[in-house]
Design a protein around this ligand. Structure first.
Ligand SMILES: NC(=O)C1=CN([C@@H]2O[C@H](COP(=O)(O)OP(=O)(O)OC[C@H]3O[C@@H](n4cnc5c(N)ncnc54)[C@H](O)[C@@H]3O)[C@@H](O)[C@H]2O)C=CC1
Ligand SMILES: O=C(CO)COP(=O)(O)O
Length: 367
């Protein structure tokens, strides 16, 4: 259980630590993992789910029947389909709904969210149409620019959190004191959470590593060697870093857990949904079939698919050359003659390291 001293530091001395409640939005893989992490730290967790059978399974059997069902859940983790019940008297919200669904989801319950309750978002992506990140989507959906919003991101597969695998992440908000306070929700013997003020860098790192993970999967699915994966991931890493810095993120963040750390995990680890989508593409399966099959069998969101078109639009807006991300975009759109042809184009493109950034930007037309 969380010591009463650290609970008091979260609450301020005047509140009763025994009533501390945390609401988790979403009962998918990461909602379960984050809810479990916070519940292990002694907080009373209530998961808001849209499925009655999920709420029943969690409350009666301490298991989610659809996601991570092999894991027993802590007894202090409950679930409900009733937003009023989930949010009544809560101290913190942990948001684990996919980015593309967040606006609609939050607009439906915004009146029930108290303005002083901090929201920690764990969603990784860019909005396909508006190119927004969560620091824009959440306040806009709530109609409240002043709501405290923070962002947790890093190399943290849900399954590994459930098995108490030692892990680390970054938690960013505009106010470092708030980041430190919120980090306590998640920190524990097997989880290190580093507070940060770099709201942009943390989100861009989490969003764009998924784009590169799709390509890492494509290379593996095509049966290519690790040389190709390393080429794509390393050049992709440079693109992510340049774009993040152009958007206001810090180099330091991109060199840390929320940048290179998550990129390595997702591109090289075996559990990534984004990489699995790429692997299927690399084996020649059409994207719509892959996505349909994944949705039917509740295999979880692969945020990179919806993020990729937004990533290349943002890169164009900021005039950052991102040929690897453009390759992912064309592949997902079915352009360029397929993965083999796009890779050939990449290998034959002019070498640009010694020319100016502006010339690199111009050269993107070759990709
Ligand atoms: N699973 C993982 O290992 C990690 C996931 N994340 C991020 O966390 C976010 C959530 O991912 P997962 O939980 O893995 O996805 P998931 O696909 O397993 O679960 C998503 C959940 O959101 C719910 N949902 C979707 N649209 C909704 C709507 N309109 N209204 C209400 N509920 C809705 C679904 O019913 C489901 O319970 C993503 O942005 C992902 O990138 C971040 C780190 C690790
Ligand atoms: O973000 C993740 C781990 O940090 C999970 O990656 P996937 O969404 O590709 O499974």
């Amino acid at each position: 259980m969380k010591s009463s001293a650290s609970m008091t530091s979260l609450l301020g001395a005047h509140q009763d630590s025994t009533t501390l409640k945390v609401t988790v939005f979403g009962s998918g893989s990461f909602g379960m993992a984050m809810g479990t992490l916070v519940a292990r730290n002694g907080f009373d967790v209530v998961v808001l789910t849209r499925r009655e059978e999920v709420a029943r399974g969690i409350n009666d059997e301490h298991r989610n029947p659809t996601h991570l069902k092999e894991f027993a859940l802590p007894e202090n983790l409950k679930a409900t389909t009733d937003a009023d019940e989930a949010l009544r008297g809560t101290s913190f919200i942990v948001h684990c709904i996919p980015l593309q669904s967040t606006k609609v989801f939050l607009e439906g319950i915004r009146e029930k969210i108290e303005p002083e309750v901090p929201i920690v978002s764990t969603s990784k992506g860019l909005h396909t149409e508006t190119l927004e990140m969560m620091h824009e989507i959440i306040p806009n959906a709530l109609g409240r620019p002043g709501q405290t919003v923070a962002f947790l991101s890093g190399p943290t597969f849900a399954q590994d959190i459930m098995t108490n695998t030692p892990s680390g992440a970054v938690l960013a908000s505009k106010d470092i004191m708030m980041s430190r306070k919120l980090a306590h929700l998640f920190s524990g013997p097997t989880m290190r959470v580093y507070p940060s003020e770099d709201v942009i860098g943390v989100q861009v790192g989490g969003a764009l590593k998924n784009v590169i993970a799709i390509l890492a999967g494509v290379a593996e699915g095509m049966g290519l060697g690790v040389n190709t994966v390393a080429l794509l991931v390393t050049r992709g890493c440079r693109e992510i870093n340049r774009l993040a810095v152009a958007m206001g993120g810090q180099e330091h963040t991109m060199n840390g857990l929320a940048g290179i750390g998550d990129l390595m995990l997702t591109c090289l680890g075996g559990l990534s949904r984004n990489k699995r989508v790429g692997m299927e593409l690399g084996k020649g399966k059409p994207l719509d079939q892959i996505l349909r099959e994944r949705a039917e069998s509740l295999q979880g969101v692969a945020e990179g698919v919806a993020t990729t078109p937004a990533a290349v639009k943002l890169a164009t807006r900021y005039r950052i050359p991102t040929p690897i991300m453009f390759m992912a975009d064309r592949l997902l759109k079915g352009e360029g003659g397929g993965a083999k042809e796009l890779l050939r184009e990449m290998m034959e493109a002019p070498m640009l390291d010694d020319v100016s950034l502006e010339m690199e930007f111009q050269a993107m037309k070759y990709w």
